[in-house]
Write a protein that binds this ligand. Structure first.
Ligand SMILES: *Cc1c(COP(=O)(O)O)cnc(C)c1O
Length: 361
């Protein structure tokens, strides 16, 4: 809990109690530098393409990812939706992981709004989809079949302990896509976590995907917004799709300003979040009643299971809340903890103590 700064990243500072909030990395607050940049940002009407701060963010993001153009959108879900509406027509099919956010957590938006079919493949523990599975899912050109159009990958793969997909694997998927004239969209909500964890430039990770979505509002700690990047013509079409779903915004430069600071100052420090997650995972794995392989934790996401004969996730969450620790229960067995800018190494020790007590009581 960093309370020395004038704008504390701790979301509970303004309530009386200080909580250690590990429910998600979305709980991060903007940094003092972001607040200043937001206050001073030059703005214009972005639907007219005339917000200079939005334009600067879109250029910066595209450049960093090695793509021609960028589009600032309200959320990761909107960015994925707009990307899929642009890649696919009605009746087209995407190949996607069964644990992917696009498949599990966006209300089936591509199907609801775009008439796009989804073919889910089992995500492996390391976050990948098997090349063989992808190969087998690609439809033959036959009047019975939907048309396979797009492969969607998620990097990091959130539900698999935030597993980062490496460049070798991404390149192999590109090979399969090229052989069948398919495009690749990467849901890179946490692509910077992947780049930092793998020690590679984010451009290298983005290279084999046609389009990439990433979030400014998670570990990078901006208050609002995500970026979709890709080829210039694609982004022009995506701008139409964004307007279609009500995402044309006006003086959005006040938000884009925070996104620029996020990209300029918040990437390298993600290593700290990963070290905290590793430390927490190693300590939790030693506790009786917790099932967790700490070697699977490579970024800022820990998903552990509770032994079937002990307390359940909802009970654990309730007990640790009394000790000012917030975790997320996921179904009947799993609990999630995400590390981020708003928590420190000392907080990790407090979390371990709280969980140890909760399991004993
Ligand atoms: C959070 C997340 C999204 C969606 O972002 P929102 O801004 O919450 O809509 C998409 N994909 C993944 C993997 C995410 O973790």
């Amino acid at each position: 809990m960093l309370e020395s700064e004038s704008f504390s990243p701790n979301p509970y500072l303004y309530s009386q109690v200080s909580m250690i909030d590990l429910r998600s990395d979305t709980v991060t607050h903007p940094t003092p530098e972001m607040r200043r940049a937001m206050a001073e940002a030059p703005v214009g009407d972005d639907v007219f393409g005339q917000d200079p701060t939005v334009n600067r963010l879109e250029e910066l993001a595209a450049g960093m990812l090695g793509k021609q153009a960028g589009l600032f959108v309200t959320s990761g879900s909107m960015g994925n939706l707009v990307a899929l509406l642009t890649h696919c027509g009605r009746g087209d099919e995407i190949i996607v992981g069964d644990q992917a956010h696009i498949f599990t957590s966006e209300q089936g938006g591509p199907s609801v709004l775009g008439g796009i079919a989804m073919y889910p493949l089992r995500n492996q523990p390391d976050g990948t989809l098997l090349l063989d599975d992808i190969q087998n899912a690609i439809r033959a050109d036959d009047v019975h079949n939907p048309r396979t159009r797009l492969i969607c990958l998620e990097n990091t793969q959130m539900r698999m302990n935030g597993a980062p997909l490496n460049t070798t694997y991404l390149n192999e998927v590109r090979g399969v896509a090229d052989a069948h004239h398919l495009k690749i969209h990467m849901d890179g909500a946490r692509i910077f976590n992947a780049a930092v964890a793998l020690g590679v430039n984010v451009k290298t990770l983005a290279r084999d995907s046609d389009t990439v979505l990433f979030c400014l509002s998670k570990g990078l700690s901006a208050p609002v917004g995500s970026m979709l990047v890709g080829p210039r013509e694609f982004i022009q079409e995506a701008r139409r799709a964004r307007k279609l779903v009500g995402g044309g915004w006006r003086q959005a430069g006040v938000l884009a300003a925070a996104g620029i600071v996020a990209l300029e100052t918040m990437i390298e420090r993600l290593a700290e979040d990963h070290a905290n997650a590793k430390y927490l995972a190693e300590s939790l794995a030693d506790l009786p009643g917790i099932e967790l392989d700490p070697s699977a934790v490579k970024t800022n996401m820990i998903i552990f299971r509770l032994a079937p004969n002990g307390i359940n996730p909802a009970q654990l969450v309730e007990r640790v809340r009394e000790e000012q620790v917030l975790l997320q229960a996921r179904g009947s067995r799993q609990v999630r903890a995400a590390t981020h800018y708003g928590v420190t190494r000392a907080d990790m020790d407090a979390v371990i103590t709280a969980i140890r007590r909760a399991l004993r009581s």
